[in-house]
Design a protein around this ligand. Structure first.
Ligand code: MN
Ligand code: MN
Length: 320
């Protein structure tokens, strides 16, 4: 077994962390490496939002807040940028006036990246983008278990007659057969719904729910146990709406709801995902205009770091 040297972040003993490249974690760009195991890709799109706009500025904000991420992850006990090649694939250009065209562009752009053998770690953008991302992941893996962190179900049908919005991606994905209806789960759901039917519809579409109100009784370990029992060894896609966090921990988002997870709870849950069969992930709905002191950007950058580390942990012991 040989160890392949991967290109990691810029050396912080040479270039201070507030300088250097503006890529995620100051990693190399995709065009600076031969190939990548994980591609961090930005999708600056927010034409599918129902409330506050602004997530189109999410990718740049999360990258800026990721400059302080370091090479060794002590809780997962792994060097996520050393055991696998992680690179920044830049942003996908999306039409802001035509959702269907933007969906096509996201599909095409991420398909090209996945075609090189890289897993996607996507930074949004509003939650609409999960639909084209799941289509691309489905083509490689078939129906995937979705672990969806969010205050909201995102399985509603239409808004103002529009079927593709940030409140509908998981209904569309379930209808299209993209997700495994026996293995998917929402985590962090809270806040008022339109009616009881929202929940019964959601169950039919294939989701179990860990509500935010369940967290005090369950604790993060209990949540991890329930997720693992639900997902098993299925190919698993994690879709993380930053509004799963309480507005105290993530004010910079479009549809905030009181009573969410702490960033410590979220990160602890994600740190257990090295045992899952992670095939891709996104972190969405960071809207920097409502952020303060980079609080939301830092939370999102750390969530992405834990997900990338979990992808690396899945490679532990393999020759990469
Ligand atoms: Mn949400
Ligand atoms: Mn969402």
């Amino acid at each position: 077994m040989t160890f392949t040297q991967h290109r990691g972040p810029v050396d912080a003993t040479v270039t201070p962390r507030y300088g250097g490249p503006s890529t995620f974690a100051r990693l190399p760009r995709m065009d600076e490496v031969d190939r990548a195991d994980v591609a961090v890709v930005g999708v600056p799109f927010d034409s599918g939002v129902s409330y506050r706009p602004g997530a189109r500025f999410g990718p740049g904000h999360v990258r800026a807040a990721s400059k302080l991420l370091r090479d060794y992850n002590p809780v997962q006990d792994i060097e996520p940028f050393a055991v696998q090649q992680v690179a920044d694939a830049g942003d996908i250009a999306c039409n802001p006036f035509d959702i269907a065209e933007a969906i096509r562009q996201i599909d095409e752009g991420t398909r090209a990246i996945v075609g090189t053998g890289a897993k996607l770690m996507t930074i949004g953008g509003d939650h609409t983008i999960a639909l084209p991302l799941l289509r691309v992941v489905h083509e490689l893996h078939g129906p995937v278990a979705v672990v969806h962190f969010d205050a909201h179900l995102d399985t509603w049908d239409t808004y103002f007659g529009a079927p593709v919005t940030h409140g509908t991606p998981f209904r569309r994905a379930s209808e299209e057969g993209l997700i495994d209806r026996t293995g998917s789960m929402h985590v962090g759901i809270r806040g008022p719904l339109y009616s009881r039917k929202d929940l019964s519809d959601d169950g039919v579409l294939g989701f179990q729910v860990i509500g935010s109100h369940d967290m005090d009784d369950l604790g993060w370990r209990g949540a991890v146990d329930r997720i693992k029992a639900r997902v098993g060894d299925r190919p698993t896609y994690v879709s993380l709406d930053i509004d799963v966090l309480d507005p105290a921990f993530a004010p910079g988002t479009g549809t905030p709801e009181a009573g969410g997870l702490t960033s410590r709870e979220l990160l602890n849950i994600l740190r257990a995902f090295g045992e899952l069969n992670l095939v891709g992930a996104d972190v969405v709905e960071v809207a920097p205009a409502y952020d303060h002191a980079e609080i939301t950007g830092i939370a999102a950058a750390h969530a992405a770091y834990e997900l990338i580390s979990a992808m690396a942990a899945g490679r532990r012991g393999t020759d990469v």
